[in-house]
Design a binder for this molecule. Structure first.
Ligand SMILES: *Cc1c(COP(=O)(O)O)cnc(C)c1O
Length: 433
């Protein structure tokens, strides 16, 4: 019999076993990586559905010849036949994204966050053009002009940063530097910034130098969708976001804008940078946006912030310093400067205790990126799995026990056992495997 119809556990027990092991690892330890989340079962079902097969290069519409701004949904914009159903799926994802975030235009084909930013740069800049974005060491993302990334090699990015003492973006310096650097695009939004970005201020600075404002809300998009965080829509010219972080959707990304910019974004995405869209992921994005519009998701978003805040308060009570002394969002950044271990050592000790986080640079960090003087801790994943106030407070106490005696493997093993006991009391999400 053909292996086509056999379950994974039978045709490939080795890989099946590894997936099982990874699931068990996740469910028996504490996940604090701020960019991670566990997707809903319905998202996983759509993502693992038989929609992988189809080539659908193009869009489920044509741009009107009469006007540049109108998408003609009834006309065939694909390069392959047989996309009648796929057109409906992609349209559903587009319309739900537009409704969820309140924009005129959405592109749902982006494979991931970094290519989404690449498409925006490609649409609105020429090679060598000037741009500005948050410094990597201050919480920026690789795709925001890092010298080792395509963005930093193709475009002339000038970084901006935070005021070291307060951890808040130095808007005054940004405004002055923008006048000198004359960027075509200013990127707002980062991977390790615990505070709300001042969108009106960014708009004002962009207007003063004629730059486009790109808000990359990859980290906090779920908080925006859940109405627990201000929206950049209305201030930004273009918004990019991943769908797999706080949005709790499948791996992937979207771009939001008005129709006028949408026309250029469409061309940059296809045929500019990407080819065949991943319809199984687009279907899963449609499910994700549907779930984000439910009242339950608003409670989730509010809980994510509440949990991050009380987690941060407990960390400070345990004697840790936080960048900007707290958070408005889903993440906290722990400043370990002045301690005799690096962020790397801290993260490695914590994972041995069943607590998973990542090392992170802090403002003014003197250690190199592989060492760092900080760790980043996020609440989205464990809030999804049902952790509440007491659980996050307990995690802060465990972190204190591990880091205060970082070489004490006996204590680390004790914490690991307690972690596993707590995790076992939470119902594990079901999925088909
Ligand atoms: C995660 C992230 C990205 C990149 O997303 P990938 O899907 O990993 O390519 C881009 N920008 C920001 C701000 C992010 O946090």
């Amino acid at each position: 019999m053909s292996s086509l119809n056999q379950p994974l556990s039978e045709v490939d027990p080795e890989l099946h076993g590894l997936i099982r092991q990874e699931y068990d690892r996740v469910m028996s330890t504490v996940q604090l990586i701020a960019s991670e989340n566990f997707p809903s079962r319905a998202v996983l079902e759509a993502s693992g559905s038989p929609l992988q097969h189809k080539y659908a290069e193009g869009f489920p519409y044509l741009r009107s010849k009469k006007s540049d701004y109108v998408r003609e949904w009834e006309k065939d914009g694909r390069y392959y036949e047989g996309n009648m159903i796929m057109d409906q799926i992609e349209r559903l994802a587009i319309e739900r994204a537009q409704k969820l975030f309140g924009t005129e235009y959405a592109c749902v084909q982006l494979f991931s966050g970094a290519p989404a930013n690449e498409c925006v740069y490609y649409a609105f800049m020429e090679h060598g053009d000037h741009a500005m974005a948050m410094d990597l060491a201050n919480g920026g993302h690789l795709s925001h002009g890092s010298p080792v990334n395509f963005s930093g090699k193709r475009y002339n990015f000038m970084p901006y940063g935070v005021i070291e003492k307060t951890g808040i973006i130095d808007y005054d310096k940004l405004a002055t530097d923008a006048k000198e650097h004359k960027p075509k695009i200013i990127v707002a939004g980062a991977t390790a910034y615990p505070r709300i970005v001042d969108f009106p201020k960014f708009r004002e600075i962009c207007d003063s130098v004629g730059a486009l404002l790109l808000v990359d809300m990859s980290h906090f998009a779920g908080l925006v969708a859940g109405k627990a965080h201000p929206t950049p829509v209305g201030f930004a010219d273009i918004v990019t976001t991943t769908t797999h972080k706080t949005l709790r959707g499948p791996r992937g990304a979207i771009i939001l804008a008005d129709n006028e910019r949408g026309k250029d974004i469409d061309r940059a995405v296809f045929p500019g940078i990407q080819a065949g869209p991943h319809l199984h992921q687009i279907a899963a994005k449609a499910v994700c946006f549907h779930l984000c519009m439910q009242p339950e998701f608003q409670k989730y978003a509010a809980d994510v912030i509440k949990n991050a805040q009380l987690f941060g308060d407990e960390m400070m009570k345990q004697g840790f310093k936080l960048v900007s002394d707290g958070t408005d969002t889903h993440l906290i950044l722990v400043d370990l400067r002045g301690r005799d271990y690096s962020g790397n050592k801290a993260a490695k000790a914590l994972i041995r205790a069943g607590i998973c986080c990542n090392r992170n640079m802090v403002p003014g960090d003197e250690r190199p990126p592989m060492q760092t003087s900080g760790i980043r801790l996020g609440s989205p994943f464990m809030t999804t799995l049902g952790f509440g106030d007491d659980d996050f407070r307990q995690v802060a106490k465990w972190i204190k026990r591990v880091l205060d005696d970082i070489k004490n493997e006996e204590e680390i093993a004790k914490v690991k056992k307690e972690v596993a006991e707590l995790c076992a009391t939470f119902p594990h999400p079901e999925f088909r495997l």
